[in-house]
Every structure is written in C-alpha cells, then in structure tokens.
Design a binder for this molecule. Structure first.
Ligand code: LMR
Length: 333
C-alpha cells in the first residue's frame, strides 16, 4: 500500500514535470508601453495562445524595452534570444528590406482603409515574404496610427520646422521627410526619446498619439500639432527556425490566436489614439493644435517631393504597387 502510494505520487510528479517541460515559451519583446495598441494586442495574443494551445504555449510579454531596445531586438530575434516581436514597419529598412520604407513615405495613406488595402492585401503579404531569407517569418500587420509632430514652439507653417532637431526612427525616408521642411533629423531609440526631449538634445518628435501620451512626452513638449502626415504601424514577426520547428497543430493554434489578436489590434488602435489625445488635452501641459486644411496642404506640398527623391530606394515597382493599392497620386494635392 505504502509502495503503491509512493508510486502514484512519483508518477503524478513525473506527469507534472513532463507537462511543464513540454511547455513552449515564446518571449515577445516590444518597446512601447503596455497600454498602447501594440502592448494590449501582445497581451491579448498571449491569453489566446495559452487558451487555444491548452497551456502548451506560454507567451511572455516584455513591454517598454524591458529586454531590448529598437535595434537590439531585431538582432535578438534573428539569433533566437527572443521568438516574437512587433517592430514598427520602419525597422525593416535598416535590416536591408528597403521596400518596407514605402510605409514611411509622407502622406502615403489618406485613411486607415487605404492603409489596409496594403497591409491586408497581396502587397502586404509580398513584403512579409521578403523577410524569410533573413530568418524571419511575418505573421501579420498590427495598426497603430497616423503620426503628429510636437515641439516646444508651435508647429503650424512649414517655416516653423526650420532648424529644429526632430527625433525620428532609423529610416532614410524619415530623414528626408524632416529635411524637406528644413528640420534636422536625429535618429534615436524609442526608449531614449523622453529624456532627449526633456534635456533639449532634440526639440521635437513625431509619433502616433498613443506613443506620445504613454511615454509622457506631453510632460516635456509644450506644443502638439495634429498633422497625420505619415503612418506608424507594425509587423508581427517570429524567428522562422523556431516557428517551423513547432508541432503543426500547435503552430495552427498559434496562427488562429494571431488572427484574432490582429483583428483586435486593428479594432482598438484608433480608439487608443483618441483616448491618448483626450489624455494630453486633459493634462493641460501641451497645447494641441489641429492644422487647418490649408496648413496641412502646405505641409503636404513640402513633403511630397520625398516620394520622387526616395523612389529608387524602395524601388519603383514597390512604390507603384503602393500607389495602386492606396490610390495615392503624388501629382495631386
Ligand atoms: C518608434 O521608435 O517611434 C516606434 O517604433 C515605437 C513603436 O514601436 O511604436
């Protein structure tokens, strides 16, 4: 009897041990706050993944650059130190997949619908496929939103940007965007922006409002101009070797979990940005200004030459496929 009990306990412990060791852990690293579209969708995916795989997969989400900063996270994914990321689309140019920089072209998307024509259609799928030779598998696109500019002085006319230093992501297209209005581009990791604004290392920045607010940039920027001059969103990516090595049934369950998370991300993004704007206004620390139609057209006129200037970088074919999908016409203001 005593022996039988011991045997049962040992078997139970072994079963628990096996179950634990059979659990696959996916480290999902990102650089933004947990209460952003990306942060929330990552947690949503983690919950879905646990449910659909019945605990076989545990997704650990690390927000706010807790594991890696911008550039480092891409390297970490490629060597397998993390398994999943959702970098902004601008992060793929420095990786060598320059076609992604088409997303950075100013005023490329008139609306979220126009954006989805790319991200949810064949052009978007074709771009993700280009990541595979780099050991990266793209699972889908998550929205954030359109960017606005901030500084300590009002930004209404193009002349207001002249001589000011603006933090941007590492992107040759974004460098040209800032130069097109006479500003000075400064590439910097996202986690360093708040301090750079606070200490005056840079004068201003661009980002969707959810990033602006959750990084507390409104505490260190007196003026925010709603310009919607460009887009910032994400591709969810995994280490390809890791992904291909998963049992087919588990991979299928994770794909389902990702489909739901992508739908969720795209559903909440606009609302998160709206709430962030309300938060900025409520703080009373930053004056919010919405560009008039004429002011926005003047900004567009100044920035659109970036399309011609940078066309060769992303390739004429890619650019045309974007124009065809979105209906953007650089000749029309
Ligand atoms: C940035 O660096 O501004 C963005 O890529 C941050 C993010 O991931 O939204």
């Amino acid at each position: 009897m005593k022996f039988k009990l011991k045997f049962m306990v040992a078997s139970a412990l072994l079963a628990v041990g096996l179950a634990a060791s059979a659990q696959t852990v996916i480290k999902f690293s990102h650089v933004v706050a947990a209460d952003t579209p990306k942060g929330k969708a990552a947690v949503f995916f983690a919950q879905n993944a646990a449910e659909l795989t019945k605990g076989k997969v545990k997704v650990e989400v690390y927000a706010n650059s807790a594991l890696y900063k911008d550039k480092e996270e891409m390297e970490a994914l490629q060597i397998g130190a993390v398994q999943m990321l959702a970098p902004s689309l601008a992060k793929f140019g420095p990786l060598g997949v320059k076609e992604f920089e088409a997303f950075d072209f100013p005023f490329m998307f008139d609306s979220t619908d126009a954006l989805h024509k790319v991200t949810l259609g064949p052009v978007g799928a074709g771009l993700l496929a280009k990541l595979e030779p780099r050991g990266i598998k793209g699972l889908g696109y998550w929205d954030n939103g359109f960017k606005s500019f901030s500084a300590n002085t009002p930004l209404k006319a193009v002349a207001d940007f002249k001589g000011k230093k603006f933090r941007i992501q590492s992107s040759k297209v974004l460098e040209e965007e800032i130069r097109s209005v006479g500003g000075i581009p400064q590439v910097m990791a996202f986690s360093e922006v708040y301090q750079a604004l606070q200490t005056g290392v840079v004068d201003g920045t661009e980002n969707p409002l959810s990033n602006f607010y959750t990084q507390k940039m409104h505490e260190v920027q007196k003026h925010l101009s709603i310009t919607d001059h460009g887009y910032l969103g994400y591709a969810v990516i995994v280490n390809k070797k890791f992904w291909d090595g998963l049992p087919a049934d588990v991979r299928g369950q994770l794909e389902d979990a990702m489909k739901q998370a992508s739908f969720y991300a795209n559903q909440i993004a606009q609302d998160e940005n709206d709430q962030a704007l309300a938060g900025v206004k409520k703080s009373g620390k930053t004056t919010v200004y919405v560009l008039t139609k004429e002011e926005r057209t003047a900004l567009k006129k100044a920035m659109v030459p970036v399309h011609t200037k940078m066309a060769d970088r992303v390739g004429k074919e890619t650019l045309q496929s974007f124009y065809k999908a979105t209906g953007f016409d650089p000749a029309k203001l």
